[in-house]
Each structure stands twice: as structure tokens, then as C-alpha cells.
Design a protein around this ligand. Structure first.
Ligand SMILES: Cc1cc2nc3c(=O)[nH]c(=O)nc-3n(C[C@H](O)[C@H](O)[C@H](O)COP(=O)(O)O)c2cc1C
Length: 326
């Protein structure tokens, strides 16, 4: 076990405690707005309503908070990481370009937060290299926004546990030659096939298959690409856009083929088809993710992008602009 004499180990151990992230603001004696990012916030009392947070003695904001009659604590929302970083920069002009409201004592109030507590400074306690501020809450508001979290020295997002899954067992994953239901390839693959399976009826209505759909989707991002360029982009799916297939799409009036470059352009009919397929894909996505809130959807997509990034063999990026049509 590490001893108290090891501050880095101590900080690391404290990082095991997942917290939200707040910005605490006040107005100094000269009438200047000041504030900083703090995750030392906690609730203290319900009656009277009280909260606390602690400020490092080294902070440039120390005098302002020591002398402030009022301060405000803002619980940051999941999309406020940039704001958090801005208020964690020592001595920076943290309010530049920000639209603020005014609270009691003219304290600056930030927008877009999950919750805000306006406080009157009730007590200050010495806390080693920090000062602990206890505030009596005189007003508060909150919004149904997912919170930004901090854990192990990094920002994190919250996901609720899915009650239906907590009891599921991973059967036999350690038996040689046998993978369990937690194998990531199985999970991602099965989720993909089940989700994409919902698209089959819409594709069939248009006389298209998955390869056509992949190719048209690439053209939907940016058309004017050649069949070879498209084939490179969708090759990872196992689908092959052959010349014959491109020809057939052109014959059916879904794409226009430019000679002699061989570049493909969506026709008006092709674009309409793609819009209908996009609506079917959106509906399939909404069905599949119906049990998730917006934060969980964002988290799932974030993690999947991470897996895509870490396994990318160097595929061309269909969203990179300026590759085609020039
Ligand atoms: C997630 C996070 C949490 C933080 N929590 C605290 C805290 O609770 N107390 C503190 O004094 N500083 C905390 N800091 C560091 C301050 O935000 C940082 O030192 C800031 O530059 C202080 O600004 P100032 O010196 O201009 O007052 C935290 C920083 C981050 C990124």
C-alpha cells in the first residue's frame, strides 16, 4: 500500500472517485468576473440547502472567493468539455466571448449547464493546501442535460446500466476454441446484421441490394467519384462495385456515368431513392436505440468510432472533401 508521502499515488487514488465537473464563478472587489473549473463540489445539507467545494491556495482566484459574499456553481453538461478546459487555464481571460446572465451580487451565470446553484458564502474552512467554501443555496435551476464526468484524470460520459443485461452471463468464453457472448466482434457484427436486416425490405422495394446501397451512400456524401474510388471505400464490407454493377445502376437511371472519366453522379431519381433509404435507416436506428437516452446514444457512437479508429487499416475517408470531381 502506498503511503501518504506519495502525492502522485494519492492523486491517482482520488481519481478513482468519479465526479461531475463544475465551474464556480464570482465577481471580485474590482467588479471583474472570475471563475474556475472544480470537481471538488459536493452536497452538504438539504435543510438549509448547502453545498461545498474547495479551492487550491495557489489559485489566482483565491482573493476573489475569500472576499465574495456570493458565488455560483455550474454543473457542466456533457457537451461543455471545451468550457471546462477554458476555465481550467490559470489566469486566462475565461469569460471572453461568453454570453453570461447576472445572478445575486452580480455574479456571472453561464448558460447551457445541467444545473446552477447561486450561493451565499456561509463558511470558509482551512483544508491543507485548499480552502473549503460552504455556500447556502439561495436559488437554483436545472435542465435535463446529461452531465460531464471526470474519472481517473480524464473526462467521461455517463451511461445507465441496462437492467435487462446486468443478469446476463458470459457462457463458456474461457473454453478453448469457443467465444462467449461478450466477444466484441460478435456483438458488433450481430448488432450490424440485425440493424441492417431492417433495411432489406426498403432496398428490395427499390430493386437494390446492400452493395448498391453502400455505393449510392458514398455518392450521397460526395458524388462525381469513379467506380474504382467507390470500390476502395466500400471494399472493407466485402461488397464489390464492379463495372457491370455501375453500368446497371446507370441503365436504371439511378446514376449518370460521365464519359470518358467514368465518374458517377446521382440522378434526381437516385437522390430521391437515397433519401427514402436514409429515412428507413434512421427508423431502424431509432428502433434499435429506443431504450437509450441522447447521452447514451452519443456514448455508444463515440465508443464505436474509437473501435473503428483503432482497427482502421488505412481506408480512404469518404467524408474527406475535395477528393473527387476535380
Ligand atoms: C476537471 C478539473 C477539476 C478541477 N478541480 C479543481 C478544484 O476542485 N479546486 C481547484 O482549486 N482547482 C481545480 N482544478 C484546477 C483549476 O481549474 C485550475 O487550476 C485553474 O487554472 C485555476 O484558475 P485560476 O488560478 O485562474 O484561479 C480543476 C481542473 C480540472 C480540469
Amino acid at each position: 500500500m502506498a503511503t501518504n508521502a506519495d502525492p502522485i499515488a494519492f492523486r491517482g487514488a482520488l481519481g478513482s472517485f468519479a465526479t461531475g465537473v463544475t465551474i464556480v464563478t464570482t465577481r471580485d472587489a474590482a467588479g471583474l468576473d472570475c471563475g474556475l473549473t472544480a470537481n471538488s463540489f459536493n452536497s452538504v445539507s438539504l435543510d438549509p440547502p448547502m453545498v461545498l467545494w474547495s479551492l487550491a491556495r495557489s489559485s489566482l482566484s483565491m482573493d476573489a472567493f475569500r472576499n465574495a459574499e456570493y458565488f455560483a456553481v455550474h454543473i457542466l453538461a456533457a457537451d461543455q468539455e471545451t468550457l471546462s478546459n477554458g476555465f481550467a487555464k490559470r489566469g486566462a481571460d475565461k469569460f471572453a466571448g461568453l454570453e453570461t446572465e447576472r445572478g445575486t451580487g452580480d455574479v456571472p451565470l453561464l448558460r447551457g449547464c445541467a444545473a446552477r446553484f447561486q450561493c451565499r458564502t456561509a463558511y470558509q474552512y482551512e483544508g491543507g493546501d485548499h480552502v473549503i467554501f460552504v455556500g447556502e443555496v439561495i436559488a437554483f435551476d436545472h435542465d435535463d442535460r446529461a452531465p460531464l464526468l471526470f474519472h481517473g484524470g480524464r473526462y467521461a460520459l455517463a451511461a445507465r446500466r441496462a437492467a435487462a443485461l446486468t443478469a446476463s452471463n458470459d457462457v463458456g468464453s474461457d473454453a478453448p476454441g469457443r467465444f462467449g457472448e461478450d466477444f466484441i466482434g460478435y456483438l458488433i457484427g450481430r448488432a450490424h446484421f440485425q440493424l441492417y436486416g431492417r433495411m432489406q425490405a426498403s432496398l428490395a422495394q427499390h430493386g437494390l441490394d446492400a452493395t448498391d446501397h453502400f455505393a449510392l451512400s458514398i455518392l450521397g456524401i460526395q458524388d462525381g467519384r469513379t467506380a474504382v474510388e467507390i470500390a476502395e471505400m466500400i471494399g472493407f464490407t466485402g461488397a464489390r462495385l464492379t463495372d457491370d454493377r455501375a453500368h446497371s445502376l446507370a441503365e436504371r437511371g439511378i446514376v449518370r456515368r460521365e464519359a470518358p472519366s467514368g465518374r458517377l453522379w446521382l440522378t434526381a431519381a437516385g437522390r430521391r431513392t437515397l433519401i427514402e433509404l436514409a429515412a428507413a435507416a434512421k427508423a431502424a436506428e431509432e428502433d434499435a436505440l429506443g431504450a437509450f437516452d441522447d447521452n447514451e446514444k452519443a456514448l455508444l457512437k463515440h465508443l464505436l468510432k474509437h473501435v473503428i479508429h483503432s482497427t482502421d487499416p488505412g481506408l480512404p475517408d469518404p467524408w474527406a472533401t475535395g477528393e473527387a470531381a476535380d
